[in-house]
Unconditional design. Structure first.
Lengths: 468, 399
């Protein structure tokens, strides 16, 4: 049996209250919140965090990685390779983008499901829209990841695919030209007219393929950028009313290519053995699949805790993070792009946060060194990955002079459990709340973009248990 | 022994120092011509008599041509060097060794920096960012790391530490107010200092040294020749320079309350100069007060205060102009300004004036009472990863 052996979800820390938009722009009041990727996050970094969560506690390493997003950080260059590097996957593992549209999510999941080797599907999105528009208000940011492998002693299948079906059609409901800040949408009723029969057809076919009835479905997930069509398909599916999953729109918004994945992860968190989960994705057609939850122990993605957590971001800050509000920079030299050859030489450090440990005396080094800081032994180092090692703050500062896309820059000297020190930028943090001795965990971020280059590296964030 | 030293082998016989500050109408070349001219006049010599030159600058030029071009030096050795903010002291140190070795009779050490042309707040950046994984902290932020670590270690609360920092800035402004060459020449009320806008951590704008333009120079000869040029030479007693392993940012044993590089260079310099009790033996010290917590920690690293007590000495006025040991009588980096390459030589310039009794309104009384030694301390880098210079000069050869 092949299926999902591990999964993870990542919601960014920040939430924007929809009424804050209404108050600022004088538009009708909105309810609830949307999840907001921080200024130092993009779909690649969100994907890394979801991928880390999916691989945590699993001994099987993916031999292929499929990355889906509607908002790739780079064009022309593959983004999945950065995720591959940050997850410290072997060079022999394949990595590819399925990027550009919400439907890519289905492509990544199908590819990971159907690959013969173990494979990871990473679904990630950041949804933007012009200030005051529905996409800004109703969109959300987040990522989910699913690891597929054959059932075995190293990896127990927690969800088994029973059947799937697709209905593809070409029509103009939602689109965006490359480089544009917002999508366009045709009249809402037209999309509803096009989507509903496609969704119904795909679900019917998938149920038939799986050999189950709609009434037997424990949890139905319908997701897609077209809100009205999603509601109609869910209502007409013929499943028990209580089986229709929370669409998460009130708390995080619609996370595009990641949304069905986030809902699926939430459903798995709450599922019991032999539950049947059906998913329908409405994006340029419809794709449906049916899953059986096994009795194997699951490591939950902690979606509920992540939904409950989060700090509030103000609307002006949100606008500046998304590039709609161009703030005056400090009177400092422009930040510079990282250079390609040193970044490649330092790949394990920069992307996987791999330091070194001295074999002579055991001292850890971040970044990796050739000469030991303690015993001065030369070239006696072995690599040691530090991304999942907790640390505490030895001293810190709030730098109001240094360039930051979202000043001030908070920097802490970190001492890692079991040894090792690093001076790290902090993120998702209130500068007034930092104290010596605070515990932190590491998170993969896009520090800045300079000269057209994204500078990816790790930062520390306050340790918040299971929450992001 | 870390070094043998060249105590009393060479002497300073002339110095020059431009006013520090915003020289909108002068280039680095102009400042070099000004400082050279003053130093030569002070020593009573002409440029062709100088056999070799050491030029220190961090950003304001490369190669010896930076000096030989404006001065039209005719085919003489000119070395340009940099060692972060200790660049000026490094120029001086190398010139002293050249004379002590016998290679040259007369050498000039000169430092210059033209910081205000960049238009930036603080220092311009330098070099590429490599793999992009180094945290791009500003200079004040790196030194601000000292403040919470020091407060925590010695059980001082934040408000007390801020009071200590404020008093250091207040003292250095008070001293600078008496100095016609200083960038900031007025006293600043403690409330203004304490309430100034925050730059990094607990550091307000008044906790930071001045960003400025300037140049300073010294003429160095063999000690036995010194009286040909001046009745009051300054004898070089000690020159110590260390670069640390930059272990602080990667070694959890470093606690951000000290500069081990300063401790090492001070011990070496005191051994060279034969100093046992610096606080009692020195007439004055010019120290690298780039930011107020730096001066606080330096008082302990240089042995002026025992560990964990410098903050009390600061509040007690121990290091005031009329205190037990005057520290930064010329106003320091804080109010004299900090044109990087020139600062180490500017510190020596104050020793030159004070030990010769030429410091006017800020003349230190202990010189009249027989104290004959002055210390300069210059560092570059950041806590846990720096280079440090400690030098001692004296107005008389040792017995």
């Amino acid at each position: 049996m092949r299926g999902i052996v591990g999964y993870g979800a990542y919601l960014p820390y920040w939430r924007l209250e929809r009424k804050a938009i209404a108050e600022a722009l004088g538009t009708p009041g909105g309810a609830g919140t949307r999840a907001v990727a921080s200024y130092d996050e993009d779909t690649t970094s969100l994907g890394v965090e979801a991928g880390r969560a999916a691989l945590r506690g699993v001994t099987v390493l993916p031999q292929a990685l499929y990355f889906a997003t509607s908002a790739p950080a780079y064009l022309d260059k593959t983004n999945a390779t950065a995720i591959h590097a940050a997850l410290d996957l072997p060079t022999s593992a394949f990595a590819v983008d399925v990027a550009g549209s919400v439907r890519g999510m289905v492509g990544a999941m199908r590819a990971a499901r159907d690959t013969r080797a173990s494979a990871l599907a990473v679904l990630s999105d950041i949804r933007t829209g012009r200030p005051g528009g529905a996409d800004e208000r109703d969109g959300g940011d987040g990522a989910a990841a699913f690891l597929f492998a054959d059932d075995g002693p190293d990896a127990r299948v927690v969800a088994e695919p029973l059947g799937a079906a697709s209905a593809t059609a070409e029509f103009l409901d939602r689109w965006r030209l490359p480089g544009e800040a917002a999508s366009r949408q045709w009249e809402e009723r037209f999309g509803e007219h096009a989507y509903v029969p496609l969704g119904e057809a795909a679900l019917t076919e998938a149920l038939k393929h799986a050999g189950v009835t709609a009434a037997a479905i424990t949890r139905l997930i319908v997701a897609g950028p077209h809100g009205r069509a999603v509601k109609r398909v869910a209502a007409s599916a013929g499943v028990k009313k209580e089986a229709v999953a929370d669409d998460l729109l009130a708390s995080i918004g619609n996370a595009g290519a990641a949304h069905a994945g986030l809902m699926f992860a939430a459903a798995l968190d709450w599922a019991q053995a032999d539950d049947l989960i059906a998913t329908v994705s409405l994006a340029d057609g419809a794709d449906a699949s049916v899953w059986r939850v096994t009795g194997a122990p699951r490591r939950a993605a902690g979606v509920a805790a992540q939904l409950a957590g989060g700090g509030r971001v103000t609307y002006p800050t949100f606008l500046s993070w998304r590039g709609f509000l161009d703030r005056e920079p400090p009177r400092r030299p422009d930040p510079q792009a990282p250079e390609a050859p040193p970044a490649r030489r330092a790949e394990a450090w920069k992307f996987a946060f791999t330091g070194s440990r001295c074999q002579a005396c055991g001292a850890r080094h971040l970044p990796p060194q050739r000469v030991c800081v303690k015993c001065h032994a030369v070239d006696r180092m072995t690599p040691e990955r530090m991304a999942d090692v907790p640390a505490s703050i030895a001293t810190f500062t709030v730098d109001r002079l240094a360039f930051s896309p979202s000043p001030p820059m908070v920097v802490a000297v970190l001492d890692f459990e079991g040894g090792g020190r690093f001076q790290s930028e902090m993120t998702d943090v209130d500068p007034r709340a930092v104290k010596i001795g605070d515990r932190v965990s590491m998170t993969f971020r896009r520090l800045i973009t300079a000269g057209g280059v994204h500078n990816y590296f790790w930062k520390a964030k306050p340790f918040r248990g299971g929450q992001s | 022994m870390a070094s043998n030293g060249i105590r009393d082998r060479v002497a300073i016989v002339g110095m020059g120092c431009t006013p520090f500050g915003e020289h909108w109408d002068k280039s680095a070349s102009d400042l070099l011509v000004d400082a050279t001219g003053e130093a030569l006049t002070s020593a009573g010599i002409e440029l062709p008599q100088v056999d070799a030159f050491w030029l220190g600058t961090l950003f304001s030029g490369q190669s010896g041509l930076t000096l030989s071009r404006p001065l039209k030096i005719d085919y003489k050795p000119v070395s340009r060097l940099e060692n972060y903010c200790a660049t000026g002291s490094e120029a001086f140190r190398n010139a002293c060794y050249a004379v002590a070795s016998g290679a040259y009779d007369i050498a000039m050490a000169i430092g210059v920096e033209k910081l205000k042309d960049s238009g930036f707040s603080g220092l311009p950046g330098s070099g590429g960012v490599g793999d992009g994984t180094r945290t791009p902290l500003s200079a004040p932020a790196t030194f601000s790391l000292l403040a919470p670590a020091y407060a925590k270690k010695f059980g001082i609360d934040e408000a007390q530490l801020k009071e200590v920092m404020t008093r250091i800035a207040w003292k250095n402004h008070k001293n600078g107010a008496l100095n016609p060459r200083a960038q900031f020449r007025k006293e600043v009320p403690k409330e203004t200092i304490a309430c100034s806008p925050l730059v990094a951590g607990a550091l307000g704008i008044f906790d930071c040294s001045g960003v400025s333009d300037g140049s300073a120079a010294a003429i160095i000869v063999r000690a036995e020749d010194a009286h040909r040029y001046t009745r009051h030479p300054l004898y070089v007693k000690a020159l110590s320079f260390v670069a640390g392993p930059a272990a602080g940012p990667i070694d959890p044993d470093y606690d951000y309350t000290t500069f081990p590089e300063v401790v090492a260079s001070a011990a070496d310099a005191f051994a060279q100069a034969g100093i046992k009790e610096p606080r009692q033996e020195l007439a004055m010290a010019e120290v690298h007060d780039c930011f107020t917590p730096t001066e606080l920690v330096l008082m302990e690293d240089l042995g002026f205060s025992s560990r964990g007590t410098a903050w009390k000495d600061v509040l007690a006025g121990t290091f005031d102009l009329d205190g037990e040991l005057a520290v930064n009588p010329d106003g320091g980096l804080k109010s004299f300004g900090h044109p990087i390459g020139a600062s180490g030589l500017r510190m020596l310039f104050e020793c030159w004036l004070q030990l010769r009794g030429e410091a006017g309104k800020r003349q230190i009384a202990s010189v009249g009472r027989g104290r004959k030694l002055a210390l300069t301390h210059n560092l570059g880098g950041a806590p846990g990863e720096c280079v440090s210079f400690v030098g001692v000069v004296g107005s008389e050869p040792s017995a």
